[in-house]
Design a protein around this ligand. Structure first.
Ligand code: 6R9
Length: 660
């Protein structure tokens, strides 16, 4: 079965330079044998392995006695039970106390040549002041705070201030629309929102505060909005609700203690898309999440003091949480916060960034690599990328062409390439090469991280497919520290989505192959989730946005393969009787409907106005057929005899690929 994929099995051993002490710091894991030994320990004796690691990498205000409790069967996973620690203390105080002048954040603003550096000492002062503001506005341990902010240092301060007072932050990516923001603020019952006047990205202005105002029209529970000035533009302020960040922080001292937090106290919510319509507030707790962030940051990015780490994600997604904020700061690293786009003002921006800040680890998404590769190699010329040691990807499978380009043109064949597989729900990397130990294959995330017991299951029987050369659905056999604990206010849905589909396993929603050499290849989602430029979107969410339009009777959304964005959104729409079908305006209206309800990044690339959708006699939509048609595989539709009206298919094919 594994043979159906054209995998690239060329082998890339660890670059010799990484193992040469004259050129690079010695990797923490520097041979395959060492990886295997450590992995074995983490599986055979997780209590000892993770107990030791948790004490080595984190500072606990009260020690834990029980390393691990509960399991996947009952969905009662808990780690480091009696222990107490504060995530903010671990990320800020302990470094500010020992090395206050060390740079914590390099903020690379939208316009080039405006970088700012924030030291750990300054960061502690900023975080304490904002923590004071939160407390003054009645925020206490366990409350949820919504954060809707662009990529500015205050966004990092916002996350850390919440962690300091024990409030759960719920960051909503600033590309979400007012309606999507409202739904998330409402679902989390957030009483306070942190935002900015405007945002800046790629030279464009984003009306952040206006979007917040629009969203809050129907969020009566929100009592306070704290507005940070990014551009200084004049924005409406609502009396008694809206306060300027700058005015508020001046009222509070530069130091305020961090709250004692139990290891299993919730730390944050992050909304993500699933198979069904409404987004789910994935909840992470403190000790386990922090350990996952710190441990993967140490071993996967092989962090050594002096390194300058740059993750190009947005803090609105899990990658930003774990690898811009918590992982790097937990280990006292210098982390780069990039506000702009890889193509602004020119497609050299990443390479300028690396050269200017002497970045040692660089982490981005395959979609950015594909886009830059297309724009031509000349944009790389003349930029000194020799500081790089490790280059990583995340968010979607990387195709071999993009992998080779990244390795050769960016890494110059002298860096380790880490294709890191993980999810919002896993909290940190779960399948990934370790840069000093693993021979890679382009497009494979290779092997599991410590403590991750991978299983590939037969999708139908749920039976584990043991051995190599197997393809099935990807699952994990036992709990790991940074796995999500629940879905906010909906533990039932957590169980149904992740732990019930295959009893005793955590179900990822992805398909995967373990090849003949034991390498894991993640194939993409097996559920109704589409991955566009590394952004997770649910077909049901887009469908429900479309159906709100008065002309729409019915709709089906599928992902089509796309050279740059990985997948693109294709929407099939049946109109209500009497609505004229051939209308360009209507197509535009439908696209803007999705932009309005979810956000611009969810806009369908293609909208097909059609008479009928392929359904079974019992009325079940056969998405599989639509997927094949948009992928240009109409000649291999499989069995269509169960369709109520097989002639529908012909019409759909003609619509998508009109005959000449
Ligand atoms: C971290 C993040 C998770 C989904 C996941 C999978 C896809 C992420 C991948 C990858 C293949 C990789 N995915 N990394 N697929 N190779 N290295 O992206 O979290 O936004 O929750 O998305 O992304 O399909 O299930 P999230």
């Amino acid at each position: 079965m594994a043979d159906q994929y054209q995998d690239d099995h060329s082998l890339f051993p660890v670059p010799a330079r990484l193992l040469d002490p004259a050129q690079c710091p010695k990797p923490f894991v520097s041979s395959l044998d060492q990886y295997k030994k450590m992995y074995r320990q983490s599986i055979d004796n997780p209590e000892e392995f993770f107990g030791k690691l948790a004490n080595e990498l984190l500072t606990w205000s009260k020690p834990f006695h029980t390393v691990r409790h509960g399991g996947l069967e009952h969905g009662d996973v808990a780690w480091f039970l009696e222990g107490e620690l504060n995530a903010c203390y671990n990320c800020v105080d302990r470094h500010a106390l020992t090395d206050p002048n060390k740079v914590a954040i390099i903020y690379e603003a939208d316009e080039p040549n405006q970088a700012e550096r924030i030291t750990y000492g300054e960061l502690l002062r900023k975080v304490c002041q904002l923590a004071g503001v939160l407390r003054a506005h009645g925020i206490r341990k366990g409350d949820t705070v919504a954060i809707y902010m662009p990529m500015i240092p205050e966004a990092v301060v916002a996350l850390l201030a919440c962690a300091r007072v024990g409030a759960l932050h719920s960051v909503i990516f600033a590309g979400f629309s007012a309606e999507a923001l409202r739904d998330r603020v409402h679902d989390a019952s957030s009483r306070l929102v942190l935002t900015t006047d405007q945002g800046k990205r790629g030279g464009k202005t984003i009306e952040t505060k206006r979007i917040v105002d629009e969203a809050l029209k129907t969020c009566p529970k929100v009592e306070t909005v704290i507005v940070c000035q990014r551009t200084g533009a004049e924005v409406p302020m609502k009396d008694g609700r809206d306060y300027w960040w700058g005015d508020e922080v001046f009222k509070h001292p530069f130091y305020t203690p961090a709250e004692d937090i139990n290891s299993e106290d919730p730390m944050f919510l992050l909304y993500t898309s699933g198979s069904t319509g409404s987004p789910k507030g994935v909840m992470h707790t403190t000790g386990g999440y922090m350990l996952g962030a710190a441990a993967t940051f140490k071993y996967v990015f092989d962090y050594h003091p002096g390194d300058i780490f740059a993750c190009m994600a947005d803090v609105g997604w899990i990658t930003g949480h774990t690898y811009i904020v918590y992982g790097p700061l937990a280990l006292g690293a210098t982390t780069v916060l990039f506000e702009s786009l890889p193509t602004y003002p020119t497609p050299s921006r990443y390479w300028e960034l690396i050269a200017e800040h002497k970045i040692t680890q660089f982490y981005t998404a395959p979609t950015a690599i594909r886009a830059l590769r297309r724009l031509g190699d000349e944009w790389l010329e003349g930029h000194d990328l020799s500081s790089l040691r490790i280059i990583g990807t995340v968010g979607e499978p990387i195709n071999p062409e993009a992998w080779h380009w990244y390795n050769e043109k960016v890494g110059k064949g002298r860096c380790a390439v880490v294709d890191t597989y993980w999810q919002t729900e896993t909290g940190s990397h779960i399948i990934t090469p370790l840069p000093g130990a693993i021979t890679t294959k382009p497009g494979s995330a290779t092997f599991p991280f410590f403590g991750i017991d991978i299983a590939i299951l037969d999708p139908v029987t749920g039976k584990e497919l043991v051995g190599n050369d197997v393809t099935g659905v990807l699952a994990v056999k036992r709990p790991w520290p940074s796995m999500a604990r629940t879905i906010y206010n909906n533990h039932y849905r957590f169980m149904e989505t992740y732990l019930k589909p295959y009893a005793g396993y955590y179900f990822t929603g992805d398909g995967a192959t373990r090849d003949k050499d034991g390498y894991i290849w993640v194939r993409g989602r097996v559920d109704d989730v589409i991955n566009v430029s590394g952004h997770r979107l649910s077909t049901a969410e887009i469908e429900s946005a479309l159906i709100m339009h008065h002309s729409v009777a019915e709709t089906a959304v599928v992902g089509a393969p796309d050279d740059v964005t990985g997948q693109s959104i294709n929407a099939f729409v049946c109109l209500k009787p009497g609505v004229p079908v051939y209308s360009m305006d209507l197509t535009r209206e439908l696209i803007s409907q999705v932009r309005k309800v979810i956000g611009p990044f969810a806009a369908p690339k293609k909208v097909y106005l059609v008479e009928d959708l392929p359904k079974t006699r019992s009325g079940k939509l056969m998405r599989r057929i639509l997927r094949k048609i948009v992928a240009g595989e109409s000649d291999s539709l499989g069995d269509i005899s169960t369709l109520a009206d097989p002639s529908v298919v012909e019409a759909l094919i003609n619509k998508v690929n009109p005959p000449p």
